[in-house]
Ligand binder design. Structure first.
Ligand SMILES: NC(=O)c1ccc[n+]([C@@H]2O[C@H](COP(=O)([O-])OP(=O)(O)OC[C@H]3O[C@@H](n4cnc5c(N)ncnc54)[C@H](OP(=O)(O)O)[C@@H]3O)[C@@H](O)[C@H]2O)c1
Length: 285
């Protein structure tokens, strides 16, 4: 069976190593803080003393640390041990950082595949987990047995940055949604609304979004924003109300004001009757 190394034993790295052990893969681990390896050692993992030993000891090494600066530092410490090895970087970072880590690994004579873990720790080892990969297809194919033990996976192409591009764009959507939720919850509380009364309405609002995403995607792809269900001019009026209501309760509305700035620019460019999908085209041009 493929011998696997997991470097980085934060909550995600621990979950990855546990899933590999549960699936029967001989698993070596290394973490900067040694104590985090103890539970995994009790479950059968072998702990390496150095990143170089960890990488040299296995067919494929998964590196799951905080970001690609940390990945690069670990790879640099391993040095010559990287030659001839397959390194799979699973830290979240930018597309350019995925590409530069690939260049560092290849400069040391290794091969690199980048991966983006799209789901939380609790999913790892089940089909609900999702990991997207980008880089040389043959590395993905050769180690499919390892990846299948962790998640449902997909390969996005040769560009080392492509998985990170999916990651940053989907996290953009996720965190701006969470930012909207916490701001709205703060305003609801400031208005004296019990959040338990408010929550079903917030969840209903979230349910409206998927069909809107479908409609907006078609509009953006065809650059057609006419026959709006809600015009940019109408949205500006609504945003003014939200900013005013927030101010009345002493709440910062910086994100709403930034969004209103985008809407204002589109209106002053003559797009006041357009659907909000217009902004995706304007922002990218
Ligand atoms: N947690 C999740 O649900 C989740 C979901 C999707 C993606 N991810 C991504 O997976 C990666 C790991 O996440 P995580 O939640 O396990 O924990 P994390 O807090 O993002 O990372 C902790 C790990 O990074 C190591 N580390 C940090 N700086 C280092 C350095 N300079 N050199 C060596 N090791 C270093 C830590 O070592 P020490 O133990 O020694 O501090 C620890 O192993 C992140 O990129 C995260 O964005 C996580």
């Amino acid at each position: 069976m493929t011998e696997v190394t997991v470097i980085g034993l934060g909550p995600m790295g621990q979950a990855l190593a546990s899933a590999l052990l549960a699936a029967g893969f001989p698993t070596t681990v290394w973490n900067r803080t040694k104590a985090k390896a103890e539970a995994l050692q009790r479950d059968g993992a072998k702990r390496a003393e150095t990143p170089g030993d960890a990488i040299a000891g296995s067919d494929v090494t998964l590196i799951n640390v905080v970001d690609n600066d940390a990945v690069d530092a670990i790879v640099a410490t391993a040095g010559d041990a990287v030659a001839g090895r397959s390194i799979v970087g699973l830290a979240s970072d930018t597309p350019d950082r995925a590409r530069s880590t690939a260049a560092i690994v290849e400069g040391l004579g290794g091969r690199y595949l980048d991966g983006a873990i799209m789901t939380p720790v609790s999913t790892i080892g089940t089909s609900s987990a999702s990991i997207l990969f980008a880089g040389p297809r043959d590395i993905y194919d050769v180690h499919r047995d390892v990846f299948d033990a962790l998640a449902t996976t997909g390969w996005l192409g040769d560009d080392y940055g492509r998985a990170a591009a999916y990651d940053v764009t989907l996290l953009d959507l996720f965190w701006t949604s969470i930012a909207g939720f916490v701001h709205a919850a703060a305003l609801a509380r400031a208005e004296g609304i019990a959040l338990s009364d408010w929550l079903p309405h917030a969840q209903g609002m979230a349910g409206i979004l998927p069909p809107l995403f479908t409609d907006f995607t078609e509009r953006i792809e065809h650059d057609r924003h006419d026959h709006a269900s809600s015009t940019l001019s109408s949205i500006r009026t609504s945003l003014d109300h939200l900013i005013s209501a927030s101010g009345t309760r002493g709440l910062d509305a910086v994100a709403l004001r930034a969004f209103r700035g985008d809407v204002d620019r589109a209106i002053s460019n003559g797009h006041g009757d357009d659907e909000v999908s217009r902004l995706a085209v304007d922002l990218a041009s």
